[in-house]
Each structure stands twice: as C-alpha cells, then as structure tokens.
Design a protein around this ligand. Sequence first.
Ligand code: 4AD
Ligand code: MG
Length: 476
Amino acid sequence: MQLTVAELIKGDKINQEVTLKGWVRTFRANRFIAVNDGSTINNIQCVVDFEKFDENLLKRVTTGSAISVKGTLVESLGKGQKVEIQVTELEILGDSNPEEYPIQPKKHSFEFLRENAHLRVRTNTFSAVMRLRSLLSFAVHQYFNKNGFYYVNTPIITGSDAEGAGEMFKVTNLDINNTPKTEDGKVDYKQDFFGKETNLTVSGQLEAETYAMALGKVYTFGPTFRAENSNTTRHLAEFWMIEPEVAFNDLDANMDLAEDFIQQVIGYVLENGQDDLKFLDDRYKKEENSKPKQQRSEMGLLEKLHFVVDNKFVRLSYTEAIEILINSKPNKKKKFQFPIEGWGADLQSEHERYLVEKHFKSPVILFDYPANIKAFYMRMNDDGKTVRAMDVLFPGIGEIVGGSQREERLDVLLEKMKAIGIDEKELWWYLDTRRFGTAVHSGFGLGFERLVQFVTGMGNIRDVIPYPRTPQNAEF
Ligand code: 4AD
Ligand code: MG
C-alpha cells in the first residue's frame, strides 16, 4: 500500500507492508534514510541493512534524490520518531548529484534561497510556509462560504485605476518599438488589442461593488498588481488580495467583519496547521534570540497568534491616533523619520507600528481618515473633512487591511470625482450602481501575503509567495 509520510506517522498501519515515495533529506551511518515527501514537516526514518543492499545502489542515496522504498512499518526505538520503515526494497527514482545540488542539509540564508526559489520549497522552513499558505487560503474560502458570501472572479485586465494612485502595469500587444500614433503624436490605443488603454488590476473592488449590489455578500480572492517602486519587506508588485464587499453594511459592520474574519481564519490555522506552526515557532524564537534585546518581539509566534484570536482589536479614530502620536516619545524626541506635525498627516508604517506595538500592544483599527489622503470612493462624513475609511494595523506588519464604507450618494460621488479629475464617462458602469437602487455598502481588502507573513512569522514578504515579483526581479 503506497502511503504518504503524513499517513504513515499516524501510526495505525503498524506492522503492515507499506510503500513510500519521497526525497532523501539525509542518509546517516549507511543505515538511516530520512525521507520527506512534502505531506508534512516530518520526515520518516527508513532503516536499511547495508549488508543486504548493493553498495553502488546505496551510494546513490544522497540528499535530494528521489526514492521509492518498500518495507514494514514498525515502532521506532530511536529518539524523535514513533515509527520507522524497515526497508526490504529500495529503488532510486531520480539521482541528485551531491556535488551540484544547492540545497544541503545545513542552514542556508534566505537571500541564497531566494535566488534558488525553485528549490527552496524543499527546505523545512519554506515547505512549512507554503503548506500554511495553502491552509490559509482554504480557511478564507471556508469562512466566506459558511457566512453566505459568493466568490466573484473580477477581471485581471481592466481599464480603470481603482485606487487612483497611477501605479499600474500597462497591458498591450502593440509593438512598443513602433506604436501607431494619433494625429497629435500620442499612442493610438484605438489600434491596441482592446481598442483602449488597459492595465493589470490594482484591486477588484469596483467590479465587486457591482456584484454586491445584486448578490448581497461577495468576495474576490485573486492576484493584483502594483507598479509602486517600494523595495520594502511588505511590498510586492504582484500580490493576492481578498476583497469582501457587502450590501447594507456600514463602517461598523465592516470593522466587525474584518475582525471576525481575521480571527476565524487564524483560528482555523492554529487548529489545523499545528506541526508547521510549531516548527516556525521554534525558528522564530531562534531568530528573535539572535537580535539585540531591545529589538526582540515580546511574544513568541504562537503566543502572538493566540493573542490576536482571543482579544478584541482596539478601535479608534484617525483624529485620536494623531493626538497620541503628536504626544508620543519618539515624536517629541524626533525619532520618527516622518515627524507628525498635525492633523492631516498621512500615517507611515513607523507610526502605525508605534500605535500597535508600543502604545496599545494590540491590533488596532483606525477609522475616519482625512478625505484627501484616501481614495475617491469612500463615503464622506458629515464633518466634510473625513471619510468612512478603516485600516487594520498589525504588530510587525503595519497595515494588513484597508477598507471603507462606500460613497453611495450619486451627487456627492460625482462632485468628488470631478474635484480630483476622474472622468465620469470612464466609470459610467460604476456610477450606474448609484443610479439604480443605490444602498449603503462597505468592503475591505486584505493583503494575503501580509497575512501569511503574520501567521508564519516570516520577516520578508518575498519569502511567503512562491515566486516574488519586485522591482528589478521577475526570475522564474
Ligand atoms: O489599502 P489598499 O490599497 O486597498 C484597496 O486596494 C481597496 N480597494 C480594498 C477594498 O476596499 N476592497 O490595499 C489593501 C491591502 C493593504 O492593506 C495591504 O495589506 C495589501 O492590500 N497591499 C499590499 N500587499 C503587498 N504588496 C503591496 N504592494 C500591497 N499594496 C497593498
Ligand atoms: Mg491602504
């Protein structure tokens, strides 16, 4: 019977004949082969009696080689494992030259592994991260499914810039060395594939809104693209975003949804991803201990996850947050790279992390931001200066969620678009939702990789997506 390591270590197949296929992690004392097949962080020990096997065959059992073993599953007397396979048949499926194979059984730097992103998932750390990423993705779909949401696939190629930040990758099949021109010398997009200028989406929100106005509760979960030149540990040019959109929800309901969603999804992983989390918790501890004391995180990884699941997030207005920041020690001592001088300032990651990590020591939801630092579609408050925006801020991450109640009043929305120069003809279809049966509605976007970072404790966002896309880098 062919079984996976995950199935074998459950222990209910003791004394049975089993077959296992996997990759060799280590081969010790010409006797103990540690095999991993990706089904779990755990290896299984396969014991060979070297007198019974051809020497030349055993020589080919090297780190990274693919093998098939047959044998009896028995209880193990060795430390660190409950069961092992007493091997009777051994076959090499694929050799791996130890002189050339880059992934050795030792600690490699994350930089080195990024250059070998096609092989790094063969390490314990990356396989744990990628299994948890998969589990989180399942938890996301399960949460929405249980709560009556429909999954909507919004377009990846679009003509609009939902966030209005102008950080888009163009999509074209024109010959860029020889583009057709209009009479006034500009590129003639009428001759392009779609007959208009198009780009990769920065957010599925605008299309999701049109669907919420018919299906009630919807969500998107797909790739989004931003050509922002931010070389940080929190930014990717290609990332996955989860965007729920709910008809009749106001901002309070939106905050409730974001908090419940994050807690449930992390709770699911705490219950179902224990082996990988335990491994990453140990890794995190070692990494923190190698830092100077003042820079160490006060909580372990598992502790942080439980803390988020068990405690209510702090909610406060942007205005209250500015008060706290103006009077904060780092601001007074000019320790912030961007000092907070007054109301209206855009918050930088250092400010967000001060609030979360130092002041409240808890996830924080900030709401009611100044209108002019937020996107055009957010609902204006009666004060005429702030909009019904919300950001969820997380320890070690900063902003993990950005969302808002949407401006549902056609006249107010049109006025706003006019003021900031968005052509209403371009968004005629979006404005139709306000023309026909408009209603209060809200939604948010959660950056999936930032969630994976938080859950796995990985410091760099490039290490939680298989093939990161960042400025000057699109290898693989
Ligand atoms: O705050 P953002 O820009 O919001 C929107 O795009 C809204 N349309 C969402 C909505 O209301 N439906 O982005 C949402 C989240 C951020 O909070 C962050 O977690 C993530 O997307 N994000 C990025 N993640 C990785 N790399 C980047 N370059 C990111 N930019 C945003
Ligand atoms: Mg944002």
